[in-house]
Design a protein around this ligand. Structure first.
Ligand code: ADP
Ligand code: MG
Length: 243
């Protein structure tokens, strides 16, 4: 069986700064992997290398069996298998919520306006913001905007969803709604790679937790092990600070 995502020997440097120092990660279909670790440890760079928003310095990235790091691959087609949700929601402020979730479907997947609207509305309903379809992002709360961003990514029918601290920019009372949507996606069998500081979410939803520090994976395993009884000093001291 092909892995949903496979990263092997991934290195990434920015000039003299080596940010990723040989990362190996495998995500199976339907699995949720949570990546935890201190600020600056390379978590965002790892996610950005997975969808080639950053070009790895060395190593390979496979998504659903296709090598994204192969220079001959159709990178736009390959990248379509990945949905990405950022800390800052990156919605188009001058477009309605519905236009935000339909534009890439129409431009990239060449769906008709009606088809794109149908898929978009279905996903807006799924994340609980269908009634905001005709409004503009600025009229929505941060939590609602982030749920629109999730609906937008889902509307492209990705094989894998990448989340980079999706709740870090939200007011505390809005975090729960976004986590609930993510939990529901996980329950439905979506394959997810999630960078998060939400330890409770990682504990309950992740199949595997991966602790990164200074560009390496220090420790990985089931949440009960990595969060519950970490083996490495660096993991212990990180958890001590965040829990
Ligand atoms: P994290 O997401 O774990 O906080 P990042 O992946 O954002 O960490 O960053 C890891 C390191 O890489 C940091 O030292 C950061 O300053 C550096 N870095 C990230 N992106 C760039 C870039 N585009 N150019 C130069 N340095 C970068
Ligand atoms: Mg980051």
């Amino acid at each position: 069986m092909t892995h949903a995502v496979q990263v092997t020997g991934l290195h990434k440097s920015f000039g003299d700064l080596e940010v990723l120092k040989g990362i190996d990660v495998t995500v199976e279909q339907g699995q949720v992997i949570c990546i935890i670790g201190p600020s600056g440890s390379g978590k965002s760079t790892l996610l950005r290398c997975v969808n080639l928003l950053e070009q790895p310095t060395a190593g390979q990235v496979f998504v659903s069996g296709t090598e994204l790091t192969d220079i001959d691959v159709d990178i736009d087609a390959a990248r379509r298998k990945l949905g990405m949700v950022f800390q800052q929601f990156n919605l188009f402020g001058h477009m309605s919520v519905l236009d935000n979730v339909t534009i890439a479907q129409r431009r990239v997947l060449k769906r008709s306006k009606a088809e794109a609207a149908k898929v978009g509305m279905r996903n807006l309903e799924k994340v609980g913001v269908a009634e905001k379809a005709e409004q503009y992002p600025a009229q929505l709360s941060g939590g609602q905007q982030q749920r629109v961003a999730i609906a937008r990514a889902l509307s492209m029918d990705p094989d894998v969803m990448l989340f980079d601290e999706p709740t870090s920019a939200l007011d505390p009372e809005l975090v729960g709604d976004v986590l609930t949507v993510m939990r529901q996606l996980a329950d439905e069998g979506m394959t997810m790679l999630v960078v998060t500081h939400e330890m409770q979410f990682a504990r309950e939803v992740a199949d595997t937790v991966l602790f990164m520090d200074e560009g390496v994976v220090v420790e990985q395993g089931p949440p009960a092990q990595v969060i519950g009884s970490p083996r490495h000093e660096r993991t212990k001291s990180f958890l001590h600070r965040v829990l």
